[in-house]
Design a protein around this ligand. Structure first.
Ligand SMILES: [Zn+2]
Ligand SMILES: [Zn+2]
Length: 646
């Protein structure tokens, strides 16, 4: 018999060689019907894998992330089989699960596939799935594995196998199909009830631009047809809200092939919006005791060698800039932290002068492969809403709470109410991996966890996820479509103060090392504005939106009054414009709706005589004729209800 511990601590006794599915059946038939994957002692296993020793077992259903992963990975085998049957002679490479679905990278030879082929692939794959074929893992020797793929002339799998160790190689069989695979499958193909091929894209073998370009076939699958329908609706909504589409329509930003890929150009409306966001944060930061600093876009290579960033970004990022002097090299700034450390180092501090909080909207540059670039979310140059706090270990807890307060205020003001946090702490089993004293680590980890609890955050603790230089807290927000985005981080750092030899004089008159906190509530301006665009669909909060109102004269003779209204709005600091085109009011309204302008102010004979405006809200609500003062109050009240002061 073996003892199997379940996540809730219950211990079940089972015969040696029982499978996760046997354990599920022992709990309930209902559970057994839903179990599709399992983890045994930190390793993903098949639901039929015999368990031969005591251990901890987690059972996964479709509702678990790991369950979905197994489901989607298993579907990739079925889709690969369908592709092979439809296009004999193709070469399969790898087919992992991803966050939403799976992909398979295929060498189609001279052939290519496009959207019009998708229905046929889906049909074939579903036909195979309906056969309810079990997924069966089997061990093969390296020799057998190589022979099998050499016979097929598949140099990709041969290359993969050559890098594997003999004795660890497994194949997965289902129906007539076999694939090189580490495992992690659902019990059988019959559970897959809906399959959709989503797109195809080019992908280099092993992500290397010097290798052959393969075709990446993206797909997704579900245990119910209804779930696929819902997912496709969500995708359609996401497409409508794609920040690249909205950014263009609302004239916020653009890219130019001449300037270079991944380098956004902010258009006047976008630049003004960015400035409002920056000012909003600057104002709150000033109240929270931050001081603004400004540092250059480049720094000597040595600076980043000292900080350790050269080791991280050097080879794989922008290469050093040379000067006429032979021994001089500069790097585009990949991080602001080293510059801020040098600012701290300009004068000695006593513990009474700490914390020092240096903030900068600092632009950094990191090379991303062209295939990885995506709108504003993956770029090569971006501006962090960065700040570094230098404090004593005793001040850390308080500072952490302050940073959480600021972050919650910032996210709340921008309409994000649904977020969770992750606290990343050490792996206690590998203390040698971390820099800094055990005492300080304990202090910092407890400070973060206490702060998160104290502020009522919904958070999880992940052990082993901390960086080598310190624990951290990450904010995740859920957007309007229910998608999770990773946002700003609050990170404790014991490493840079050491590397830059930062000190302060303690109450004992001795020199001590300060602790450093890195924090950026937005993460970067680019990524945050992308997220905000997709979350709001372009309907930004009133305080932030480029144009708050548009004046629509009914005919040419009302233009003069329209101009008077505009002047008055400007006096009230309301951002507005007049649509003077000789179009019908109906058309002007439709376009203002498209441009997401919150208020349309229609002016004609009546309004001019009574010195009023007819107000229509974005979306169609009619607020009737009101005076300009009443309208200005309405705007102010609405702004004040979302934009509380910090
Ligand atoms: Zn597999
Ligand atoms: Zn930093």
């Amino acid at each position: 018999m073996i003892k199997i511990t379940l996540p809730d601590g219950t211990i079940k006794e089972h015969a040696t060689g029982s499978s996760p599915m046997d354990v599920a059946k022992g709990i309930s038939e209902g559970l057994a019907r839903n179990v599709i994957s399992a983890k045994y002692n930190d390793t993903i296993v098949e639901t039929v894998t015999p368990l031969n020793e005591d251990g901890t077992l987690t059972l996964y259903t479709w509702n678990d992330k790991e369950g979905k992963k197994a489901f989607w990975h298993s579907t990739s085998h079925v889709v690969a089989q369908a592709l092979e049957e439809l296009y004999p002679g193709i070469k399969l490479t790898i087919g992992p699960a991803i966050d939403n679905g799976f992909y398979y990278d295929v060498d189609f030879g001279d052939r290519s596939i496009s959207e019009k082929d998708f229905p046929e692939i889906e049909k074939k794959a579903l036909e195979i799935a309906r056969g309810k074929h079990d997924y069966k893992m089997r061990s093969v020797t390296k020799e057998e594995a190589l022979a099998s793929y050499k016979k097929q002339g598949n140099e990709y799998k041969v290359e993969l196998i050559e890098n594997l160790e003999d004795g660890t190689i497994t194949f997965c069989d289902h129906d007539t199909f076999t694939d090189l695979c580490r495992g992690g499958h659902i019990p059988n193909t019959g559970i897959i009830k809906a399959i959709k091929i989503l797109s195809v894209a080019g992908a280099y073998w092993r992500g290397n631009e010097n290798n052959k370009q393969l075709t990446r076939v993206y797909g997704i699958s579900f245990p119910k047809q209804k779930e696929l329908t819902e997912y496709l609706e969500l995708l359609e909504q996401a497409k409508q809200r794609d920040h690249r589409k909205l950014g263009k329509e609302l004239e916020l930003f653009t890219f130019s092939a001449k300037v270079g890929q991944g380098l956004p150009l902010w258009l006047p409306k976008g630049a003004a919006l960015r400035e409002r966001l920056e000012n909003f944060l600057k104002k709150a930061q000033k109240k929270a005791g931050y001081e603004m600093v400004v540092t250059p876009h480049i720094g000597q290579k040595e600076l980043y060698v000292t900080s350790g960033h050269y080791a991280k970004y050097g080879e794989d990022s922008f290469q050093p800039i040379k000067t006429p002097k032979a021994d001089e090299e500069f790097l585009l700034k990949p991080m602001n932290c080293p510059h801020h450390c040098e600012i701290y180092n300009t004068k000695p501090f006593s513990y009474r002068e700490l914390p020092k909080r240096y903030a900068e909207f600092g632009t950094v540059y990191r090379y991303e492969q062209s295939g990885e670039l995506h709108g504003l979310t993956r770029v090569r140059g971006f501006t962090q809403d960065d700040a570094h706090i230098f404090c004593t270990p005793d001040q850390l807890a308080e500072e952490f709470k302050n940073v959480i307060d600021l972050t919650l205020y910032v996210l709340g003001s921008l309409g994000f109410g649904n977020f969770t946090a992750q606290v990343s702490v050490r792996d206690l089993n590998t203390p040698e991996k971390y820099i800094g004293s055990v005492e300080n680590w304990e202090k910092a980890e407890n400070a973060i966890i206490d702060a998160a609890k104290d502020k009522g955050l919904d958070f999880v603790i992940e052990s082993g996820e901390a960086a080598f230089y310190g624990p951290k807290l990450d904010f995740m927000v859920k957007d309007a479509l229910g998608r999770n985005w990773q946002l700003g981080t609050i990170q404790v750092d014991y490493n840079l103060p050491e590397r830059f030899d930062l000190t302060y004089k303690g109450s004992d008159n001795e020199l001590h090392r300060p602790v450093m906190i890195h924090r950026a509530p937005f993460g970067s301006m680019e990524r945050f504005i992308a997220l905000l665009l997709e979350h709001t669909g372009g309907n930004f909060p009133l305080w932030l939106i480029p144009e708050q109102a548009i004046v629509l004269p009914i005919s040419e003779k009302h233009e003069k009054y329209a101009q008077k209204v505009l002047n008055s709005l400007e006096n009230h600091e309301i951002r507005a414009l007049v649509d003077k085109r000789s179009e019908t009011v109906g058309k002007k309204i439709r376009e203002a709706e498209m441009n997401k302008i919150p208020f349309m102010l229609i002016v004609g004979d009546n309004e001019e005589q009574e010195n009023t405006i007819s107000v229509r809200r974005h979306g169609g609500e009619d607020l009737g004729s009101i005076s300009l003062t009443d309208f200005a109050n309405l705007v102010t009240n609405e702004i004040n209800s979302t934009l509380k002061s910090f």
